[in-house]
Design a protein. Sequence first.
Length: 347
Amino acid sequence: MMDPQPPIPIDPIELTRELCEFDSTTYQEGAVGDFLASFLLDRGWEVEKAPVPQPPESRQTGPRWNVYAGVIGQTPDLVFSTHMDTVPPYIPFHEDAEFMYGRGVSDAKGIVAAQVAAAEALRAEGFRVGLLFVSGEERDSAGAKVANQSPKGSRFLINGEPTDNRLALASKGALRAVFRSTGKMAHSAYPELGDSAVHKLVEVLARLLALPMPLLDDVGPGTLNIGQIQGGHAPNVIADKAEAQVLVRLVGDSAPVRAALVEAAAGLAEVDFTLEIPFVRLRAVPGLPTMIAKFTTDIPQLSNWGEPLLLGPGSIHVAHTPDEKLAKKELIEAVELYTKVGKQLLA
């Protein structure tokens, strides 16, 4: 009886193309998860799909998954991981000779393809590897939180995000806060009869923009962004409510930042902290170019999956924009880089 033939090597460009045909905006990851699970099963991986709950605010009822792929009866030493969801809006895939374009090509479906190709190359050489693709990274790391309850015993985790194929030495954290002001509605011709929530909120936001942010010499400063503002009813009505959504990028402990935000709002608005992802320092690998990731990742929520590294093709500068793109050459290089790093870690 002849030995079974090894699977045909993966074309990461073609796999990226197939993945980007799915609109997997956060909360709609079910179909792309089904595709990946079937694809990996057909290539000889043992595949598990773990459901990720829909939160009430999603207003979605469809399934969403984490997809794990490993070798039957084997504990992986190294797991490659990234996310299947994308930010809105969906942008259809297109390409030219040099680049791929569309939602997810760099964040993070090209990374999925590169990791699958690298994992197969390492598996063929006898290394013990696995793959973990999660839902919900772009919103609240819901999939990573689910996955962290069922680790596979790996020693290392290579998380994929767009780092221009450079190894991240640190990743900033995130602190999301909602500021809510209340007042009394009145006719705008008689402001003395009302109490403007909008005016209170504007004063709070001015204080926030003036706050000094913590600074680390080798990482840079924390940053604060007022991302959304809403409130009031009409220009001729004194506003009785107003709200702002604020996101701080952390470079250390969140406690002093939290205290500063609460102090800025004192007497004018209530503060509700709705999300925190901590700042993390990460492992270096000799001989690789490095960077600092000013964005957050799933890494803090995957603490049970081994020592983390952060690496991937593509530029974060075009992720989340209408101009998202990924060079085909950079994607091919990422496969080689993931394979190289895997061998160095497991040597």
